[in-house]
Ligand binder design. Structure first.
Ligand code: MG
Length: 327
């Protein structure tokens, strides 16, 4: 869902990946919040959008709609200043640590092995795979992934909330044999009690993470109590403005932050994050962002490299290529 905001001859680009209902909501509610408004007033415009969705329910579709507009507002401002967005956001780095993410449960063991080995071949030092769809196969799959990536690459697993609490705790111990360092959404992300139990009882060398379904600051405030690393998605958490609030929450509680999905639109905010551990470099989104946008940041030396000179987020929408997907 792409948003373009115009100020004179300058155009700001933002997006989220969401249902078409998100676009409808922008048309009927959010457009009036930003039309004819001063582009530089991002904070006030963000607050106005949040206020406007009060009766619709803030988390979910409304938060994603706000995210797309807020991301476009930030890009518009940076382009008006003719400066890179990450530098406008206060970043001093243009190289961002990442981890390769994919390892889908739909892969055969052989496909999983070659997929994971490919990340390492490309220079990545951390990789993540999915678990939980078929628990009986998980230990075998994790063993296969470990042998494919060797002993020096960090191995993460993501259960997408598939396990129950006792099952997740058992797997946390089993995965330890394969040096798993990160256990994402071991149980349903809204089961805060379950997440707390896992975090308090899992081996100390496995970090528990969650946050990709965080929409507003209140979601993150609840979750940060029960994770070792908080995650946030700039296309869900009400945009870069919302992401910076999450970063502040992490700073105030000394919890590291890792970003979720959509690396190209996330990168400038990630570069500016005070508490950033790393960014997720998600296989499917890397593919899709490359199809739909020119100027996506590239991986070099195992990190994502931002262009230190290109204004805004550096992205150009490939309108013609995107046309066949238009709705
Ligand atoms: Mg996940």
């Amino acid at each position: 869902m792409v948003v373009e905001l115009h100020c004179g001859k300058t155009c700001g680009l933002g997006y989220t990946y969401a249902d078409v209902a998100t676009a409808k909501l922008i048309e009927t509610k959010l457009l009036d919040c930003v039309r004819e408004a001063p582009a530089a007033g991002i904070g006030a415009l963000w607050a106005r959008m949040v206020c406007t969705v009060r009766n619709l329910g803030r988390p979910g579709i409304a938060s994603m709609a706000i995210a797309a507009v807020d991301n476009a507002l930030w890009d518009l401002n940076a382009r008006l200043m003719e400066r890179p967005l990450h530098s406008v956001l206060g970043a001093t780095r243009s190289s961002i640590p990442i981890y390769g993410s994919g390892g889908f449960t739909s892969y055969t063991k052989r496909e999983l092995e070659s997929h994971m080995a490919r990340w390492v071949h490309d220079g990545l030092t951390r990789v993540k795979m999915k678990v939980g769809r078929d628990p009986a196969a998980d230990v075998d799959r994790v063993r296969a992934a470990r042998s494919a990536i060797g002993s020096h690459t960090e191995l993460f697993v993501d259960a997408n909330g598939a396990y129950n609490v006792k099952e997740a705790l058992e797997f946390a111990h089993l995965f330890l044999d394969f040096g798993v360092r990160w256990f994402e959404e071991p149980v349903y992300h809204r089961d805060v009690r379950g997440l707390r139990f896992i975090r308090e009882h899992a081996p100390a060398s496995i970090e528990i993470s969650a946050g990709e379904y965080g929409y507003d600051p209140f979601d993150f405030e609840r979750l940060i109590e029960v994770v070792d690393v908080l995650q946030a998605d700039v296309t869900r958490c009400e945009g870069i403005t919302g992401f910076l609030l999450v970063d502040g929450l992490c700073a105030a509680t000394n919890v590291p932050l890792s970003t979720h999905c959509a690396p190209a639109i996330t990168a400038p905010a990630a570069a500016a994050s005070q508490m950033l551990r790393h960014m997720e470099y998600f296989f499917d989104h890397v593919r899709i962002e490359g199809m739909l946008f020119d100027g996506v940041p590239q991986v070099r030396n195992g990190a994502l490299q931002l262009d230190p000179a290109c204004p805004g987020n550096g992205l150009t929408f490939k309108r013609k290529d995107a046309q066949r997907f238009a709705i």
